[in-house]
Design a protein around this ligand. Structure first.
Ligand code: F6R
Length: 613
């Protein structure tokens, strides 16, 4: 979703904006723009397409070394990607400018009213109404005008506003869209949609909350309530990621780097939380004692996309090992159905970014209904974590590639730990079993580390064969069924090949009609309790001459006889197979997308952080 960067201070603003926007590219965008003040006037430059176009445009511009400005990458919602629709947007004078992330739901009404007042609109965006609305209220005080304008607005926003009439301030405001502020002691202040934009300059961050605003000056900033301007004391957080952690470190793409970071991401997620010798699991983040846990009647897992797939795997684990009924909901469905929740229900939102609008809305509804909320999240301090009763952080580090990889395997790790923890507290998993499973988890990162280069080579061979396929089918059973869904999602989102994931047993209820000599079918067949069942399903495909890729257990020679390609993975504790089996699927999608010349890290139409409904 849209990315915002702003700076005011002694340094030159344009390079800061361009660098910051580059670090927000992962959010997904289709046009970019910036503004700065020079000689008392606003100067605006925008372009459609990639940031490189804006950079090229700026090469011929003399920005005079301006020290205050705003930048934006736009992910189109209202009006197609174009220069006219790119942010920043201006009022009628062109001297007041706004950058915005979010959606103004009543923009149509506001636009009609403002047009009737004589305002001239030059774009199709919802954002432009904000510029004109602030202009309408402006009477020499930008802060007061922003406060008045947002009272008329329904919807979500993270805003940056600048006006040549008060040339030494930037105004920021937030409601339901992320915005962080950065402070560089004596050398200026920043605002941005996300922390990576600020990492080259400062690690001192303030999280702006909903219904808060800030005034940024070269020598410091003030935060206040949006409704009445009441000053707020805000904590300054020191971020311990460094800028290099958010760079490619020699890999061709962030996605590949992040696939290779999975051993560390899994390790960091369980590190310090389990004692393999005694089988003790420590998750103080849960904050519920054994009596409160015993009172739980159900667990709801709520998430979107890849995070939803992690939730689906966890349902198998939790119901099998803890014995509490688990419901898994897509957040955009959860929020619009009748929710039978209450204090006896534990709700677990799962989100890499911690900013996904639907997941956040689900969390808020559940909290209102009195359920306890324990989120699973990767981004420290994100909105979802701040609104939860507790958070089990996945320690995957920043995930920049739009297609989620290491965040997924670390979510699975966190959910597996949660299963062991609940099993320990509710005495549903014996100590010996816990020790066995904890040891298996500890053994996993080096196994993944060892297998990655070989798997990448294997997938290279498969990609060469299948990169021109039109469709793909993924099959799995049990806790590997969600891995089939995840494999299909990875392939379609980065290579644009149509792909579907199915529970293998569903094949004969419809999808088998698709099978012919052209249709590649990838099935997950570890030698686990449902092995024989999946093999029968696979035989059904073979009988119809489908092209088979089987991913299964090392030493299972039958696979090579049935399949066009057999991919082998080490035998590990079968509970943990989903964490291992997704890895060749990630690599296959990556290699195919690469061969098709797709933009792997920023697939078309997708955004990393989906902050609108
Ligand atoms: C797919 C992908 C998305 C996200 C989804 C939820 O690779 O990344 O499907 O999983 O948008 O995002 P989070 O986890 O940030 O809530």
């Amino acid at each position: 979703m849209c990315g915002i960067v702003g700076y005011v201070g002694p340094r030159k603003v344009v390079p800061i904006i361009l660098e910051g926007l580059k670090r927000l590219e992962y959010r997904g965008y289709d046009s970019a723009g910036l503004v700065y003040l020079l000689d008392g006037k606003v100067h605006k430059h925008r372009s459609e397409g990639k940031l490189a176009n804006l950079e090229e445009l700026m090469e011929d511009v003399d920005d005079g070394g301006s020290h205050i400005g705003l930048g934006h990458t736009r992910w189109a919602t209202h009006g197609p990607p174009s220069e006219a629709n790119a942010h920043p947007h201006s009022d009628c004078s062109g001297e007041l400018v706004v950058v915005h992330n979010g959606i103004i739901e009543n923009f149509d009404t506001l636009r009609r009213e403002l047009t009737a007042e004589g305002h001239i609109f030059t774009s199709q965006t919802d954002t432009e109404v904000l510029a004109h609305l602030i202009e309408e209220y402006l009477d020499g005080d930008l802060v007061a005008a922003v406060q008045a304008a947002v009272r008329d607005v329904e919807g979500s926003f993270a805003l940056g506003v600048m006006w040549s009439g008060q040339p030494d301030i930037l105004v920021a405001a937030r409601n339901q869209s992320p915005l962080v502020l950065g402070i560089l002691e004596g050398r200026g202040c920043f605002l941005a949609s996300d922390i990576p934009a600020l990492l080259p300059y400062t690690r001192n961050i303030i999280y702006l909350e909903d219904q808060e605003m800030a005034v940024l000056r070269a020598d410091g900033l003030e935060v206040m309530t949006l409704a009445d301007g009441r000053p707020l004391e805000k904590e300054i957080h020191t971020i311990d990621w460094n800028a290099a952690m958010a760079e490619k470190a020699g890999y061709r793409h962030f996605m590949l780097k992040e696939i290779y970071e999975q051993p560390l991401a899994v390790l960091n997620t369980f590190r310090g939380r389990l004692e393999p010798e005694s089988g003790v699991i420590n998750l103080p983040e849960i904050g519920l004692d054994a009596a409160e846990l015993r009172n739980l009647s159900r667990i709801f897992l709520v998430a979107c996309g890849t995070s939803w797939h992690a939730a689906l795997v966890a349902k198998y684990w939790l119901e099998k090992w803890v014995g509490i009924p688990v419901e898994v909901d897509i957040a955009s469905e959860f929020r619009y159905r009748r929710l039978l929740l209450g204090p006896e229900v534990l709700v677990i939102p799962i989100s890499q970014s911690g900013e996904t609008a639907d997941t956040l809305a689900g969390l808020r509804l559940a909290a209102k209904l009195g359920s306890k909320i324990i989120s699973i999240c990767n981004v420290v301090g994100s909105t979802i974590t701040r609104e939860s009763d507790g958070t089990i952080y996945t320690h995957a580090g920043p995930e920049i590639g739009v297609a989620s990889t290491k965040a997924f395997t670390s979510q699975l790790t966190a959910l597996f730990l949660l299963t062991l923890y609940l099993g320990q507290e509710l005495e549903t998993i014996e100590r010996e079993r816990r020790i066995e499973m904890a040891r298996a988890l500890v053994a996993l990162p080096p196994i993944i580390e060892k297998e990655l280069p070989r798997l990448q080579k294997d997938m290279d061979v498969l990609a060469a064969d299948f990169s021109r396929s039109r469709d793909f089918l993924y099959l799995g059973r049990g806790e590997n069924f969600p891995i089939a869904l995840e494999g299909a999602l990875k392939l379609k989102e980065i290579s644009y090949i149509h792909a579907e994931g199915y529970a293998a047993g569903e094949l004969k209820h419809g999808p088998i009609a698709l099978i012919d000599r052209e249709m590649p079918v990838l099935a997950l067949v570890p030698q686990d309790r449902v092995y024989g069942k999946v093999i029968s399903n696979v035989q059904e495909v073979k009988a119809r001459h489908g092209r088979m890729i089987l991913v299964g257990s090392e030493g299972d020679e039958a696979l090579a006889e049935i399949a066009d390609y057999a991919v082998y993975l080490p035998r590990i504790n079968e509970e943990l197979n989903p964490i291992l089996y997704v890895i060749p699927l990630q690599l296959l999608s990556y290699q195919i997308a690469n061969m098709r010349g797709c933009d792997v890290d920023q697939p078309r139409n997708l955004a990393k952080s989906v902050t609108v409904e």
